[in-house]
Design a protein around this ligand. Structure first.
Ligand code: ZN
Length: 264
């Protein structure tokens, strides 16, 4: 079995601050990266125990959110920005059988979603796909789904897990913290969070063997609407070909191919 793990930083236990932990100049950024790496390693441990022979970890945090030196030896790391061209990435990911997310947060606007945001915490009010609000879990699940990979496990705060279950009924989740608000949460201790992830990944694999989840796919054609907090961001997006300016703060883009717009 070949497994792709997409990681993020804001959904890890112990991470509660954008400024101090998620941004590269944050005082506790290195600490947050170590916490995220330990959570990823817990997932990799369970995968290796279950016999996965190819485990690719995709560092999904914009600025990089993992400590390479501490990566579990059974995993390989896909990192670096800007991202490789879409066709190159798609070819790599298509090689994998299933995918997982570790350290995930809920979509922007989720009231109990700790560090909730969608892509840019500073500029995006929402993403809507065909009229339905989506966050990064749906983005990744639909993107990977279009390449044939089902998303079978998500860890993050309780709100992220709830979002994953609403999107993909039957998915296995591990909630490592409970958001009380965007800026505060009750986190499990690191070792407890890691154990939950390790057990969750093992359960996800067992469940996938018995009752496989299908790759996520929504019927097209697709219309993605993005609303921003500031007009200058909408201005910049509106310059791009094929983009419709809906109002001062909102743009729309359409395609029959989900991969062309899901990370627009
Ligand atoms: Zn994120």
């Amino acid at each position: 079995m070949k497994v792709l793990i997409c990681t993020d930083l804001e959904g890890c236990a112990g991470v509660v601050s954008f400024e101090e932990q998620a941004y590269p100049d944050g005082k506790y950024f290195e600490q947050a990266k170590r916490l995220a790496t330990a959570e990823v390693n817990a997932a990799v441990t369970a995968l290796a125990e279950a016999g996965a022979h190819d485990i690719l970890v995709w560092d999904g945090h914009g600025a990089g959110g993992l400590v390479y030196e501490e990566l579990h030896p059974a995993a390989k790391l896909l990192h670096g920005r800007p991202l490789a061209p879409a066709a190159v990435r798609d070819a790599v990911f298509s090689e994998y059988d299933v995918c997982m997310m570790v350290g995930q947060h809920a979509m922007a606007g989720t009231v109990d979603g700790n560090l909730n945001h969608t892509q840019s915490s500073q500029s995006v009010e929402y993403y809507k796909l065909n009229g339905k609000r989506i966050g990064e879990i749906a983005q990744f699940a639909l993107y990977a789904g279009s390449l044939g990979l089902p998303l079978i496990f998500v860890s993050g705060d309780e709100a992220a897990c709830r979002e994953a279950q609403a999107l993909i009924p039957g998915i296995t989740t591990a909630a490592v913290k409970k958001g009380l608000s965007r800026g505060s949460a009750i986190s499990l201790a690191p070792a407890a969070a890691q154990r939950l992830i390790r057990e969750g990944v093992a359960r996800a694999l067992a469940s996938q063997a018995q009752q496989p989840l299908a790759p996520l796919s929504w019927p097209g054609p697709y219309e993605l609407e993005i609303r921003f907090f500031h007009t200058h961001v909408a201005d910049a997006y509106a310059q791009r070909p094929g983009v419709q300016r809906v109002d001062e703060l909102t743009i729309r883009v359409r395609s029959d191919n989900i991969r062309e717009i899901i990370y627009f």
